[in-house]
Design a protein around this ligand. Sequence first.
Ligand code: ZN
Length: 657
Amino acid sequence: MGVIAMALTACTESKKEADWIVDKFDDIKVMRYEVPEFENLPLNEKLLVYYLAESAKCGRDIIYDQNFKYNLAIRRALESIYTSYDGDRSCEQFLAMEKYLKKVWFANGIHHHYSNDKFRAEFTKEWFVEQLGKYNVESPVAHEELADIICNPLRYTSRLNQSAGVDMIVASAGNYYEGVTQKEVERFYGKMVDLKDPRPISYGLNSKLVKENGKIYEKTYKIGGMYSDALEQVVYWLEKAEQVAEEPLKTTISLLIKYYRSGDLRDFDAFNVSWVKDTTSRVDFVNGFTETYGDPLGMKASWESVVNFRDEAACERTRIISENAQWFEDNSPINPAYRKPVVKGVSAKVITVAMLGGDCYPSTPIGINLPNADWIRKEHGSKSVTIDNITYAYKKAAAGSGFSEEFVLREEDRERMKQWGKLSDDLHTDLHECLGHGSGQLAEGTTGTELGSYSSTLEEARADLFALYYLGDEKLVELGLIPTLDVAKAQFASYIMNGMMTQFSRIELGKNVEESHMRNRKLIAEWCYEHGKADNVIEWVEKDGKKYVVVNDFDALRRLFGELLYEMQRIKSEGDYAAGKEIVEKYAVKIDPELHQEVRERYYALGIEPYGGFVNPEYTLVEKGGEIVDVEICYPANYAEQHLHYSKEYSFLPTMN
Ligand code: ZN
């Protein structure tokens, strides 16, 4: 059993920014990501990554089938035509099919990964049926019917329909249920749930609920059950990983294998407890039926995998910040009465992703917070991580888009952003998360609930101001966190530009700013603009009919951050609702309609796709005299090739499950 994985695709190691994007179609861009420091891992950790990565790829078919029961039939038919087609590959119908197939690969099915709406095919049903016949495409679904499922816009319109008043189970095309109504599902699980259990299992998590011959029952995802053919491969590689892992990771992997064999959700919990307690192993992973966003009732989980290892340099950064938490608190530009006498910083875990699989591929989260079971979180905590190399790839891809040429007026600002943008963003996030939120204290008699609906905007502003203020402090140079205060200048210029202008590209015309992080950025930027107006600290400049916002005096701007932080802390500490409301309503909500329109026009003229996803790196075992001596990594840059490769080497499920 098991497959030997080979890197079939060509590898490139180009460093040009444009090359971070490997493909574009429809509303999507596909990027690659790098795995820094992989080469420097010891051999047994490299092998661990390799085996866990193979396991991650083996579950790919599962997510297709979970998303929609005809997805595998459709993917296989499309791939079959795509690879054997001998006609004109630049004809309209073929190009439309190619685009459709690329979208299917991206969404793991025929429904949009984000909106859940069924894709509209731009080729004709007749043409597709003709190709199915011409290339003798094998399919358990009749050709005519398969083409109709794809091309008929009235069938299976949404993967996930949670509209009020509809039967969400019947109206959703997802494959977690079959032959049952929402009422029947609710009755089924209503009977099963034990409300008195202090440690309840995640009911229904790893199964499909079906009605056959009048009987409703769960088909459990496990070895010997549903999806067995893929899960056997997943486990084959997990066993290899277990052999090279050290404790406590070794035990964690063995508990996961046990669960895949039993399908028992108590075994799943035992695995999760072991996983969440392990804070020492450098290599870590997610592998299993994990997130429930795809089920209209939020019970059943999609299969996903993320293989990663700790980014030691980034963790060192947050450790230094945390260790100096008291100094930052004691020097904070707020009323001394509202400083915490004893403050404890939080150190954040930053990881580097080495492989994405299942529901996390090609579109992936940039942070992970697991496990989901409430009782485990309460008794054992949770792991919260940020994925640094994915965020970095997004940044690099955006850098090639012409964004900064379009919106940043001055060459010196562009240069600083290019050189220090990543470090300044990382540090801003670290200071915000590790110190900002935890700093300060309430006045006596304040409960912390006074600020009502304005509380999250005001709280985000307070944490951001703490970060911005200290980013410009010599102390950071002294601690070795930054080599020069140019890092702060890069952050200040881009923060103000984003807050007063570029972030509006994400808001529809005529709408206000609603999201609290976006509000807080606007609040800070606009407040500083107005309060620094007399000294021209921030300035609107018009050039060639385009508006730009520039920072003229970085020191004065830092003083303004300090003054506003003083006021924000006062509002929070005293629970001053009226002042909080006034400052948010005045600075954070309303957008000048003319500016809004201009920003959106300039942004969309750049042709930046709103959704992004990734191709994975490839790993190859290096053998010498029958021994594995190394694992090599390379970065393929062809989206279609990677998917065809995965479909050939990592496809284990029957077409209908
Ligand atoms: Zn925050």
